[in-house]
Design a protein around this ligand. Structure first.
Ligand code: ADE
Length: 239
């Protein structure tokens, strides 16, 4: 079994590269991919660059070129749900694309013909994450993650997205990665640690907490890799 671990920014994968072994760097399609081993499990680690276009490309490459069987995303997000504080972990139960808008033609926000507003995460990976959280006594919240090609730093915009999509957190890659994985039938899990509250302080908080929150997410993802290894029978059939 080969597990892809994708981030968007270098800060999101650095804590992973510090903990894996036998790293081999591969250049492919103008990006770097790191084949490595963690606790006996083959992993391929990469950061895509920010946004949906780059993350779509990287997720596709991890599946089609590197032949990964499972994809885990690790990174940071802005909080919408008031229960989420800086450093808290949220996983996506489902994801939507908040800036996909052809409402002018009478379609709902986030919907295009033959597409879907929400993509749902793999239930087995959610169970594994819950097990890790309970074993390690880590607070982990599941919710709706809204993705878009914008850094949100306004209370008004944040409330608008919250209302339209019942979103709990906001980021810039989750939905596109989820859509790629869903299309190829590859189980995926999108994890984010909160770096800011998508309000007027967001850019300041993001710079201040990016590294710390990215590490919280990366550490949890590595715990999940170990747990997946111990439960790998349930992934024998792609779901
Ligand atoms: N990722 C982390 N914080 C974010 C925000 N406020 N908006 C979009 N993506 C983010």
């Amino acid at each position: 079994m080969k597990i892809a671990i994708l981030g968007a920014m270098v800060e999101e994968i650095e804590p992973l590269l510090e903990k894996v072994e036998n790293i081999k760097k591969i250049e492919y399609a103008k990006n770097s991919y790191y084949e490595a081993v963690y606790k006996g499990v083959e992993v391929v680690i990469a950061y895509s660059k920010i946004g949906c276009v780059y993350s779509t490309l990287s997720a596709t490459i991890l599946i089609e070129h590197f032949k990964c069987d499972i994809l885990l995303f690790s990174g940071v997000a802005g909080a919408i749900n008031k229960e989420l504080k800086i450093g808290d972990l949220i996983y996506a139960k489902r994801l939507c694309k908040h800036d996909l808008d052809i409402t002018a033609f009478g379609h709902p926000p986030g919907f295009v013909p033959e597409g879907k507003v929400y993509v749902y995460s793999d239930k087995r990976l959610i169970e594994i994450a819950k097990r890790v959280a309970s074993k390690k006594n880590i607070k982990l919240i599941g919710g709706t993650i809204a993705t878009g090609d914008q850094f949100i730093s306004s209370e008004e915009k944040k409330q608008e997205i919250a209302k339209k999509f019942e979103a709990d957190a906001i980021e810039m890659e989750g939905y596109s990665v989820a859509l790629v994985c869903d299309s190829f039938g590859v189980p995926f899990f999108i994890l984010r640690a909160i770096s800011d509250s998508a309000n007027m302080d967001a850019s300041f908080d993001f710079d201040k907490f990016l590294e710390k929150s990215a590490k919280i997410s990366a550490d949890f993802i590595l715990e999940m890799v170990e747990e997946i290894k111990n439960s790998k029978d349930i992934f024998e059939q792609k779901g």
